[in-house]
Write a protein that binds this ligand. Structure first.
Ligand SMILES: Nc1ncnc2c1ncn2[C@@H]1O[C@H](COP(=O)(O)OP(=O)(O)OP(=O)(O)O)[C@@H](O)[C@H]1O
Length: 733
């Protein structure tokens, strides 16, 4: 157990005047720098040594010494660990800590004065002079007020304390700039100062200003799942990234980073959000889109590229043409639990059809009865079909062997008998074509909808399944089809592909239908989840989630898993938040109120142009002003991809913009002006946003359009502009 030592604790804090206190803090900082410098020298030397050793190992390995492979990989591992430690120490030299807590432990009266930093700093192998923000005790800094309090260790032990001081430091480039005590400066004042800064091109870490309600989520146990509804800008993504860091730090023995999967809707968002992870000391996490995730699981059993399937990106289909009703019905069905319940029923049927369930007669006697076989199939329901077949074959051959042994049959005869029956229930590796099974299911569903209704499944109008079959015959598939195929694989095939995942983090979860989570829960039995979303931002209105109820009640376990609500927005100014709230008030769905952190900015500016050319000149003027004001990240947000391409060409003669790349997989978030369709701005934020032409046609007064507009508005940190022509959408009036 590491010993926590801090500055010599002062019993009589009140009596020390500010000057002495300031001097004492300077001395403490100096002391800390000395230790850090000493550590840097030590780690540099160790790194030099290990680099030499691995270089030598590598040379030997190359000159035909392959048995050195293991030593070499251990050496390289140590080297990269040392590089990280050294790097952390070098960073700590600029700002070793951000906070301090002084407290007395109730049980034995011991006093502590602890400094908290992004990374722990050790004086020697047993003593820390700066405590890592993720350590259990650091929770006091985020959660407790001065006075009686407690903190809990990851393993449930509660430590009662008396908190006497909570202090926050401003240290810049190794200089102490200021410090504030929590009974003097409010949390909000400190936060506002922090929030008024400009945006960086990756999501930032917030360890110095994590709020109480965020801290609770970050530090919740990874042994159950966590679902978070948070208004736009409430820090869901940020909290998720800090939670990963916390779990990997505190539960090293139980969780490995390569067993963590972050699922997001596109590559630009993923790169943006995971950019913060090295800064939070997290490496080797998997990050991918849901499409990629399912394809990874399907692996060679269903090669989308080889099969020449067109994988439609559900996020790209956001033009505002009216979908036909049948398409809407299909979308609603594909995202719902009903679709999942239906495939489950079909798989059961498929198993009974595939496995020979008639009684097995041997030497005129029933040796395996129909009832027994059906009982076996039901009892081992969760096992994949292939495994059940293997087990049934094994049991049958065992019975045949026993009967023959009782009759003292010769060994060779027994073997010949066993051979006859060894594949009685099916081959060891039965070839299963996943797409064929899926199509079989859809056809069965279309033809026998009454059978499914009898099982309590709400069946969609017939047309929708026909459309789906047609789409598949044209080789068009989407994430819901991939999800179904993955489920079929898990149920029918014997595979180890599903055993390597322990925690899944889903950002912008509301954009996926609840069925996706139901499928994942079936695929990975021992996995837990961190699910972040905001139902007001569901941009896939028909497939995505417009409330959390089904997910909470039917997919997760209300008595075990946790549901949190984050109501405060840290991103937007009060003016922008209020503007966004106005849109939500026009909707019929349940909304979650936004509570902005009190940070005022410019009023939202709405500009009506007479003609398109005025729209362009006004947008150019606005953007130039924004730049003059010193803001670096600016977005012009359009309704569709087509509009984005058009606006880009309209602005091009006057401004340098970062071009929208139709291959969204290769786009990255950058400084400067980006022209983007709404769906690509999900999860991102910009210093200033210009919403392009939100007129009556582009955004009708209906819930799905309100959600899109809400997303666009809430991307802006400091300034928001609306430029339009014709009649402004009623959602903004
Ligand atoms: N406690 C905090 N202290 C300082 N900044 C914070 C805090 N919490 C969140 N932020 C900032 O607020 C902004 C929004 O955070 P984030 O993107 O994680 O929110 P979100 O809920 O995922 O938003 P959205 O739903 O719109 O994608 C970020 O700039 C983040 O750094």
């Amino acid at each position: 157990m590491e010993e926590l030592v801090g500055m010599q604790f002062q019993e009589n804090n009140q009596d020390i005047d500010m000057e002495t206190e300031w001097q004492s803090e300077l001395r403490r900082l100096e002391y800390c720098f000395n230790i850090i410098e000493r550590n840097i020298a030590k780690y540099s030397e160790e790194l030099r040594q290990i680099s030499d050793e691995t270089k030598e190992l590598y040379d030997n390995y190359r000159s035909n010494n392959p048995e050195l492979h293991n030593d070499l990989s251990v050496g390289l591992d140590i080297k990269s660990q040392l590089e990280r430690i050294l790097n952390k120490s070098i960073l700590a030299r600029k700002k070793p800590y951000f906070g301090r807590i002084d407290y007395k432990e109730k049980e034995d009266g011991t006093n502590f004065s602890l400094y908290l930093g992004k990374n722990g700093v050790r004086e020697n192998s047993t003593q820390s002079i700066v405590v890592d923000w993720r350590a259990p005790v650091s929770s006091v800094y985020y959660e407790s007020e001065i006075g009686e309090s407690s903190y809990t260790t990851p393993f449930g032990e509660t430590i009662e304390i008396d908190l006497e001081l909570k202090r926050t430091y401003e240290i810049s480039q190794s200089e102490l700039v200021d410090f504030y005590d929590s009974d003097v400066v409010t949390n909000d004042e400190f936060l506002t100062k922090y929030l008024s800064k400009n945006k960086e091109v990756v999501l930032g870490e917030i360890i110095a200003t994590i709020q109480k309600e965020q801290n609770e989520i970050i530090r919740d146990t990874p042994f159950h799942s966590v679902i978070v509804q948070g208004v736009a800008g409430s820090g869901k993504t940020t909290v998720a990234m800090h939670r990963i860091s916390y779990i990997l730090y505190n539960y090293k023995d139980k969780f490995r980073p390569d067993e963590f999967y972050i699922i997001g809707s596109n590559k630009m968002l993923l790169n943006y959000i995971t950019g913060v992870l090295p800064n939070l000391d997290v490496y080797n996490i998997n990050q991918m889109t849901l499409e990629e995730f399912f394809m990874l699981l399907l692996d060679r059993d269903m090669d989308i590229k080889k099969g020449k399937y067109n994988l439609s990106n559900s996020f790209m289909k956001l033009d505002h043409e009216e979908d036909e009703k049948a398409f809407k019905d299909l979308k609603n069905f594909k995202g719902s639990m009903e679709f999942f319940k239906a495939i489950k029923e079909y798989v059961k049927l498929y198993e009974l059809d595939t496995v020979e369930t008639e009684s097995v007669i041997y030497n005129n006697e029933i040796i395996y009865s129909k009832d027994e076989i059906i009982y076996f199939l039901t009892f081992f329901q969760d096992l994949p079909l292939q495994e059940k077949i293997d087990l049934l074959n094994k049991r049958l051959t065992y019975k045949i062997t026993s009967i023959n042994e009782e009759e003292m049959t010769r060994k060779e005869v027994i073997m010949a008998e066993v051979k006859k029956f060894k594949n009685y229930f099916g081959n060891r590796s039965k070839k299963i074509n996943l797409m064929e099974v899926y199509l079989g299911f859809l056809e069965h569903f279309a033809q026998h909808s009454a059978w499914y209704s009898e099982k309590g499944i709400i069946v969609p109008p017939k047309d929708s399944i026909h459309i789906l079959l047609q789409e598949l015959s044209h080789k068009n598939i989407d994430i819901y089809d991939l999800g179904m195929l993955t489920y079929i694989k898990k149920r029918l095939k014997k595979t180890r592909d599903f055993e390597f995942i322990s925690h899944i983090i889903v950002d912008e979860a509301q954009d996926f239908g609840v069925i996706i989570f139901a499928i994942m829960k079936e695929l990975f039995k021992n996995c837990t989840y961190t699910i972040m979303g905001d139902v007001s931002q569901n941009i896939n209105y028909h497939t995505g989630m417009n409330d959390w109820e089904t997910l909470k009640q039917e997919v997760f376990l209300p008595e075990k898993d946790k549901f949190y609500v984050l109501a405060k927005s840290y991103r937007n100014t009060v003016e922008i938040s209020e503007y966004a709230s106005k849109v939500l008030k026009k909707c019929s769905f349940r909304t979650y109120e936004i509570e902005p952190i009190i940070r005022h900015g410019k009023e939202v500016t709405v500009y009506q142009a007479k003609q398109e050319e005025n729209l362009v000149s006004e947008a150019v003027r606005i953007i130039q002003n924004i730049k003059k004001n010193g803001y670096d990240t600016i977005a012009v947000i359009c309704r569709t991809v087509d509009e984005t391409l058009k606006v880009q060409s309209l602005l091009d003669p006057y401004l340098t913009t970062r071009h929208y790349d139709e291959d969204i997989e290769t786009m990255t978030f950058t400084n400067g002006v980006m022209v983007l369709p709404i769906h690509m701005t999900k999860g991102l934020e910009f210093d200033a946003v210009v919403i392009w032409n939100p007129d009556e046609i582009s955004y009708q007064a209906r819930d799905e359009d309100a959600k899109l507009l809400y997303v666009a508005i809430t991307r802006a940190l400091h300034e928001l502009y609306i430029v339009y022509q014709g009649s402004l959408t009623r959602l903004l009036c």
